[in-house]
Design a protein around this ligand. Structure first.
Ligand code: ZN
Length: 385
């Protein structure tokens, strides 16, 4: 039985509560803590991950007042799970939830695609020095929160000061359970001179991260890509069928975010880069895509997150229109066809006429340019004879 396990604070990582349990009970060895948390036979190979603990059912069953804390609450409110699964399907989210509840051979980091991702997670546990000071005054102790651990989150949304690295290197093998205390944190705020110009962007980003962490809706596969294509089409950054006009898109994207900010967000793009992440990001639906990049994209498209998750009908890619292929006709026959088309569409301008029969339009423009220009309206509105 696991007595006096502390009550978790808002946004506290489960790892942090274990560290406080250890300190309060003066348990020397890490092994001893794990034996308490997971039971004697399960102290090895359990999820020791700071972000994604496993075997949480085992832990909950060991609590004396089993029922006060649920696995559901633990996973959704005290791990990085809601952020990293936010753009995954229901099935995948459930699969990861199960793996965290009952244990899994593979690390959850692997399941959510962190090792393969271009977005690296912070090396150290991070914290806000003002939250830290306030905690000490109000609670007599501080704790590790989830929000500062989110990649790309720069400022504490409450105190508007930079998050800082603690001395806890979470990439270390055999990481111990260590509290957020004087040994590894302090109250000094960091100088934000170099990043202060991104404060506003960061505020929006962090607000969206918080929204994702509270939202439990998951989107169907392919929906997100179609949603992006629709928004890009509205911004005239795709063709009618939904092919992205890559150069225009990249120019607009770089116009919205400065190169330095994108660098800071581990998401630099370049116009020349044929395989830049943005291109693959919109086209590739099967790959895990970082929530950070989804947020960058949605913010660029000026989409409110709630709007995306409302799941209104989307169009996405349209099937290619059957081209009106011109059979082998003589020049005269083609001219005749064109004249008929002009009579049938007396008010159509050149662009519209092209849409009606692109093949004929193109052929005549190449082979009968002079005649074509003479009979075809040029401006927006057709001359009426
Ligand atoms: Zn703070």
């Amino acid at each position: 039985m696991l007595n006096n396990f502390p009550v978790l604070y808002p946004d506290e990582l489960f790892y942090s509560a274990i560290a406080r349990y250890r300190q309060a009970n003066a348990i020397d060895s890490k092994l001893g803590v794990e034996r308490d948390i997971y039971g004697i036979e399960r102290h090895h190979k359990v999820g020791k991950s700071v972000y994604f603990p496993q075997k949480l059912e085992t832990f909950i069953e060991r609590l004396p007042f089993y029922g006060n804390l649920s696995v559901d609450e633990l996973i959704w409110e005290h791990t990085m799970f809601p952020f990293y699964t936010a753009f995954m399907t229901d099935d995948k989210t459930n699969e990861i939830f199960e793996a965290m509840s009952y244990g899994n051979r593979m690390s959850i980091e692997n399941m959510v695609g962190i090792p393969m991702s271009k977005i690296k997670t912070p090396q150290f546990l991070r914290y806000c020095p003002c939250c830290y000071e306030e905690d000490l005054n109000k609670l007599g102790e501080s704790y590790w929160r989830r929000l500062p651990q989110v990649p790309g989150a720069l400022y504490c949304p409450i105190h508007k000061v930079l998050y800082k690295d603690s001395a806890i290197d979470i990439t270390k093998e055999n990481l111990d359970y260590i509290c957020a205390d004087d040994d590894v944190c302090n109250e000094e705020t960091a100088n934000d001179e170099e990043v202060v110009e991104y404060k506003e962007l960061d505020e929006r980003y962090v607000r969206n991260v918080q929204w994702l962490m509270q939202n439990r809706i998951r989107l169907p596969p392919n929906y997100i890509s179609s949603f992006y294509i629709d928004r890009l089409r509205e911004a005239e950054l795709t063709s009618y069928v939904g092919n992205i006009k890559m150069t225009e898109f990249l120019e607009a994207f770089q116009g919205h975010y400065s190169a330095n900010y994108l660098e800071l967000m581990q998401s630099a793009v370049s116009i020349d880069e044929r395989n830049s992440w943005t291109k693959l990001f919109i086209r590739n639906t099967s790959k895990n895509r970082s929530p950070l990049r989804h947020l960058l994209m949605l913010q660029f498209l000026k989409v409110q997150l709630a709007k995306l998750f409302e799941m209104e009908p989307v169009i996405g890619k349209r099937p290619k229109k059957k081209s009106n292929r011109v059979p082998i006709y003589s020049s005269e026959e083609r001219k005749q066809q064109w004249l008929v088309l002009l009579t049938e569409h007396p008010n159509a301008n050149r662009k519209e006429l092209r849409k009606i029969n692109n093949g004929l339009f193109a052929w005549l423009r190449i082979h009968e340019r002079e005649w074509f220009d003479e009979v075809t309206p040029k401006g927006c509105k057709r001359r009426r004879d």
